[in-house]
Design a protein around this ligand. Structure first.
Ligand code: ACM
Length: 414
């Protein structure tokens, strides 16, 4: 862990192929002229509407679509409408890559908004880089990535853990049980957690990973019972988190003594878990539905009125929504005859917009400065915010790793 970042505390984490004989950039710039002529700007939505991650990704799709509809209703950008191409990758990483290819090559999308898991982002990465496209990824992730073709809207570990782990240590104790699904995101987050914890003098009493979609936690619960940790540090995603939360509650554990502290649990998972089983447990995230700001009141009202009064907003759908507005702000800086993915990317650094969570800013490293908050879930399915960072926190995707920094020129190693 970079000592500088850790010691300065929250709020001061450091500054922050060829197709048909034509190269991809040539295709994209000729497409740029076509957009101006047709009066439309093609954008892609690549969120799963079917399969195991649809429960979350449908809400991301809806939030991004809402922003596109709002922008078009207000006259579009440079007088041009955003034309939406929708693909459903059916929760399968290989299909994400295939559909991304379709959106960038066939549909000539100037930007694609998509995906929840790091596995799907990693599947899209070689496609978007080889096509010189631009992919707007709204989800919290593990960091250690610095693509110049991805706009990262979600929190990286320093924006979720830097304040959270010391706070848990102080309030509950230093014996952590690390539990996640078996893929890159939970493993990297747990590496960071372990580093912070050991620095504080705490310890990991057990670390384990279950397959994606795993739903029988009886043996995990037995191990938790026998290890008697102070905190269950949880990076389970989607259905696994829902199943675990219910079984943990049914096993009779008291959240005041042994809380589940999650980096992924939001209003959408809590709605599936049920308020009583979720109540008392903790999350760290930059946005909660009940956060009080005029921008959030407008977002929640518009979302419910478009998709149903029983729907919830959450920290990843908020980012899916505000990233479309960041995209719009970048387009507005460009000459309409010169709208290419790389021009949008180059215009995006430094853009500040008033998001529902507060003012968010795009770093030159293409990650986003965010407002971390620690919250406790209530039985009505909403979060009580306990700690809010005094300052916006800069994204440092290599925060835990000495000698590596993600910059406006890409990854720099010293
Ligand atoms: C994640 O896989 N980035 C939650």
């Amino acid at each position: 862990m970079k000592r500088r970042s850790f010691l300065t505390g929250l709020g001061a984490a450091g500054v922050a192929g060829a197709v048909g004989g034509l190269s991809a950039p040539a295709l994209l710039s000729s497409a740029g002229r076509a957009w101006a002529q047709s009066g439309e700007i093609p954008v892609g939505l690549l969120f799963s509407l079917t399969g195991e991650v649809a429960v979350v990704e449908r809400t991301l799709h809806d939030a991004a679509l809402l922003a596109i509809e709002e922008i078009n209703a207000a006259g579009g950008v440079h007088g041009m409408q955003l034309k939406t191409f929708i693909e459903d990758p059916a929760s399968d990483p290989a299909t994400y890559a295939d559909r991304a290819r379709r959106l960038f090559i066939r549909d000539k999308c100037v930007s694609v908004f998509g995906s929840y898991t790091s596995a799907s982002r990693q599947a899209v990465l070689p496609v978007v880089e080889s096509r010189k496209g631009l992919y707007w990824y709204p989800t919290l992730y593990e960091g250690r990535e610095c693509s110049r073709n991805i706009m990262y809207g979600g929190a990286v570990p320093n924006q979720q853990q830097q304040e959270f782990v010391p706070w848990l240590f102080e309030n509950f104790g230093g014996r952590f049980y690390l539990l996640g699904n078996n893929y890159v995101y939970p493993k990297e987050e747990n590496n960071v957690c372990r580093m912070i914890l050991e620095r504080l003098g705490g310890e990991v009493v057990h670390e384990e990973y279950v397959p994606m979609g795993h739903s029988d936690f009886s043996s995990v619960i037995n191990r938790i019972r026998s290890n008697t940790p102070d905190v269950i540090f949880c990076t389970l995603v989607g259905d696994s988190d829902v199943a675990f939360a219910r079984q943990y509650h049914a096993a009779g554990f008291d959240p005041e003594k042994m809380p589940v502290a999650s980096l992924t649990r939001s209003e959408v998972e809590v709605a599936a878990i049920g308020g009583d089983a979720a109540a008392g447990h903790l999350s760290s995230a930059p946005y909660y539905m009940g956060y009080s700001s005029p921008e959030n009141e407008r977002f929640v009202e518009a979302y419910k009125s478009r998709f149903g009064s029983n729907q919830v907003t959450h920290f990843v759908s908020e980012a899916a929504y505000f990233q479309v507005y960041q995209f719009k702000a970048a387009l507005e800086k460009l000459d309409p005859a010169n709208i290419t993915p790389e021009a949008i990317r180059d215009a995006a650094g430094g853009i500040a917009i008033n998001a529902p969570q507060g003012e968010v800013v795009i770093d030159p490293n293409l990650h986003t400065h965010l407002w971390p908050k620690i919250a406790r879930w209530k039985s009505d399915g909403q979060a009580e915010i306990l700690v809010q960072s005094a300052e916006r926190v800069a994204p440092d995707p290599y925060w835990a790793y000495e000698g590596e920094v993600c910059t406006g020129e890409g990854l720099v190693r010293s």
